[in-house]
Design a protein around this ligand. Structure first.
Ligand code: CP
Ligand code: NVA
Length: 300
């Protein structure tokens, strides 16, 4: 594994390896055992979109690993003034040891990886959010003990989260259901991958998808960059909400997860959110541990 660009690129073994290391790093942190695997290394973090979790967890994680994180806002970089990503990649490769990038187009992340010669980590694109899904898988295994026999259900926009969850969920051996409105389905290459499995179902009906689910996951109706479509999306996604009615169809001890930020009373009710705050905030914490594992694997 040279980069973390999207879940489609990872094998089951690579995912499990990252999760095992993440569990170990979490244990070491909780027990104040130093783990300076990246001493003397630097990570450049390019952000073309806002972030709370990704920025703070990468920055702190790099510090805990003995390395140095550089926050690079695109408005300060020459990228923001049109310098091609291909050139940025070749320049940064000469200064630092890894790049984390949050941007719009997946192609930009793939180009960074192709033109540079240091590991590139996708910190969210319109297509994928692999760091989040590794943390989600870590959380599921932590709460449920294993992935065996579990059904994961995603309700909502067929966005970066849906694309990555479907791929990651199927790769680790879960059954996956997805409920999205017809015009807001996951990406074709993800649906093509999922079609090879008999453990995947896609529907427009959230109730059908939620039947006997062990994990229910949702995400915002309008992602970053789609603010202008908010009104239209509010109408399209009405009913695509995790609420008591949906919870009643899932298995009794079902987990509810959300990558955050959450829009209460849109994709999830406040009541369900607060009842499941335990796993939702463990999931947020696990971003730190999962990403540290990714950095050690790629840059260690
Ligand atoms: N879930 C997530 O990526 O959060 P941020 O946008 O705050 O980084
Ligand atoms: N789908 C959301 C996820 C945010 C972490 C977005 O892209 O804005």
């Amino acid at each position: 594994m040279k980069h973390l660009l999207k879940m489609l690129d990872l094998s089951k073994e690579e995912i499990i390896d990252i999760l095992n290391l993440a569990d170990q790093l979490k244990y070491e942190l909780k027990h104040s055992i130093p783990h300076p695997h990246l001493k003397g290394k630097s990570l450049g973090m390019i952000f073309q979109k806002a972030s709370t979790r990704t920025r703070v967890s990468f920055e702190t994680g790099m510090y805990q690993l003995g390395g140095y994180p550089l926050f690079l806002s695109s408005s300060d970089l020459q990228i923001g003034r049109g310098e091609p990503v291909q050139d940025t990649a070749r320049v940064l490769s000469r200064y630092i040891d890894g790049i984390m990038i949050r941007t719009f187009e997946q192609k930009e992340v793939e180009d960074l990886a192709e033109y540079g010669n240091i590991p590139v980590i996708n910190g969210l694109t319109d297509f994928a959010h692999p760091c989040q899904v590794l943390a989600d898988l870590m959380t599921i295994r932590e709460f449920k003990g294993s992935f065996d026999g579990l059904k994961m259900c995603y309700i909502g926009d067929g966005n970066n989260m849906a694309n990555s969850l479907i791929t990651g969920g199927l790769k680790v051996g879960m059954t996956v259901s997805c409920a999205s409105p017809e015009n807001y389905r996951p990406a074709k290459e993800v649906l093509d991958f999922a079609a090879e499995s008999d453990c995947f179902t896609l529907t427009s009906d959230p109730k059908e998808a939620a039947q006997n689910a062990d994990i229910l996951i949702t995400d915002v109706w309008a992602s970053m960059g789609q603010e202008g479509e908010s009104e239209q999306r509010r109408m399209a996604f009405k009913g695509y909400q995790i609420n008591d009615e949906i919870m009643a169809l899932a298995n009794k001890d079902a987990l509810v997860m959300h990558c955050l930020p959450a829009h209460r009373e849109e994709e999830i009710t406040s009541k369900v959110f607060e009842e499941h705050a335990k796993e939702i905030f463990e999931e947020a914490e696990n971003r730190l541990h999962a990403q540290k594992a990714v950095m050690v694997k790629l840059m260690g």
